[in-house]
Design a binder for this molecule. Structure first.
Ligand SMILES: Nc1nc2c(ncn2[C@@H]2O[C@H](COP(=O)(O)OP(=O)(O)O)[C@@H](O)[C@H]2O)c(=O)[nH]1
Ligand SMILES: [Mg+2]
Length: 359
């Protein structure tokens, strides 16, 4: 699973990328390519807890891949197809649009002022135009062909629906296409078909007071378009991340947060992408395994090893909360909280699973 950070220059993308991936901002900023990619850990207090119980040799959190997408040398440079920025955007599963709210005279703003709605619209327009030009090209290509098959006609009907929406400034996600209709669009990898989250990069004063420019408008924008919106204070978080562990806690408490903004972002994106975690425990390793919602026990076993899926017998399952109530697998078993489930069992978020298999 990949998420991409987009936004105007100096909105804080590289800072946020660096916070998420622990790759230093200097290293990330000096990259010569259009995009930098790294791995972000999904914070999980269940893993923290299991790790404290087992004290295992290895603790593994779930992760997602993050790309810091450079681009937008100047705003409104809408030659869609030739834009390398848009090419990197096509390779991610979901987009995070970073909007600058923080004030800092030393950090240049390409548009000269703090106006998040304008900046969000600038990026949004770029994305809409890019999809629209693809749609228009394809429609005209179909129209020009000698013979229009039933299938091509279907495709064109769907593309026309998309065109209508895009021309009104709406994303393809808002068209309400069926699964079957979506199949026709797969090969185009449209940008406005991807889930989008707004990330507001506030300065510390804005973060503490909860007051910042255009707050009401942003909330309305977020609600009307079904785009979740999160607040973060990247500059301060970067400073906190450089502190010793104990100082970190104090500073976070002082800022009134228990989890960092980037941690929250990672969790929200994880959820947004339809992922849940099942957990495995033991003295060797405590681990969170990312899987799609709705996966069966047998398929989940296959995420660990194909042998487990092939030779699946049963899954021994205890919900994390039941484990925590008792404090150990043995006590959970004594209390009858450990269930034996078959291959069709649908895995739930936070299930601690032991697979029994035979090969
Ligand atoms: N004061 C303040 N400065 C920030 C914040 N986030 C980023 N910056 C600074 O703004 C500049 C541009 O940030 P960067 O992450 O490189 O932006 P990008 O161009 O979107 O990748 C850097 O000097 C950052 O240190 C913030 O939340 N507050
Ligand atoms: Mg950058």
């Amino acid at each position: 699973m990949k998420i991409g950070l987009i936004g105007l220059p100096a909105s804080g993308k590289t800072t946020i990328f660096s916070l998420l991936t622990n790759i230093s901002a200097d290293a990330a900023a000096s990259g010569k390519t259009t995009a930098n990619t790294g791995i972000a850990k999904i914070p999980d207090d269940r893993i923290d807890y299991l790790s404290s119980v087992y004290n295992p040799r290895k603790t593994t959190y779930a992760t997602i891949e993050v790309t810091d997408i450079k681009g937008f040398a100047s705003a409104g440079s809408s030659s869609a197809s030739a834009n390398p920025f848009l090419e990197s955007v096509r390779q991610v599963d979901a987009l995070v649009l970073v909007a600058r709210l923080f004030r800092n005279d030393e950090v240049f703003h390409v548009e000269g002022s703090i106006d998040p709605i304008r900046d969000i619209e600038t990026i949004n327009t770029e994305i809409l135009f890019s999809d629209l030009s693809i749609v228009e090209n394809r429609i005209s290509r179909i129209e020009k062909s000698n013979k229009i098959t039933k299938d091509m006609q279907n495709e064109m009907d769907i593309l026309k629906k998309c065109k209508g929406a895009l021309e009104e400034g709406k994303h393809i996600t808002s068209v309400g296409l069926t699964e079957e209709e979506m199949q026709y669009l797969k090969s185009f990898s449209f940008l406005t078909e991807r889930p989008l989250v707004l990330l507001l990069n506030l300065d510390e004063q804005q973060f503490r007071s909860g007051e910042y420019p255009q707050k009401g408008e942003i909330q309305r924008y977020s609600k009307e378009r079904g785009v979740p919106c999160l607040e973060i204070c990247a500059g301060t978080e970067l400073e906190i991340s450089r502190l010793e562990e104990e100082d970190k806690k104090l500073f976070m408490e002082d800022l009134g947060i228990t989890e960092t903004g980037t941690g929250r972002l990672a969790s929200v994106m994880y959820d947004f992408l339809g992922l849940i975690s099942f957990l495995t425990d033991g003295a060797d390793e405590v681990r969170a395994w990312p899987v799609r919602k709705g996966i069966s026990a047998k398929e989940a076993g296959g995420k660990i090893h194909s042998d487990i899926e092939r030779g699946f017998i049963r899954a021994e399952v205890v919900a994390f909360e039941d484990f925590r109530k008792t404090g150990s697998m043995q006590k959970a078993r004594e209390k009858g909280l450990v269930r034996l489930e078959g291959k069709e069992y649908i895995i739930k978020d936070g299930d601690i699973v032991n697979f029994r298999f035979n090969i």
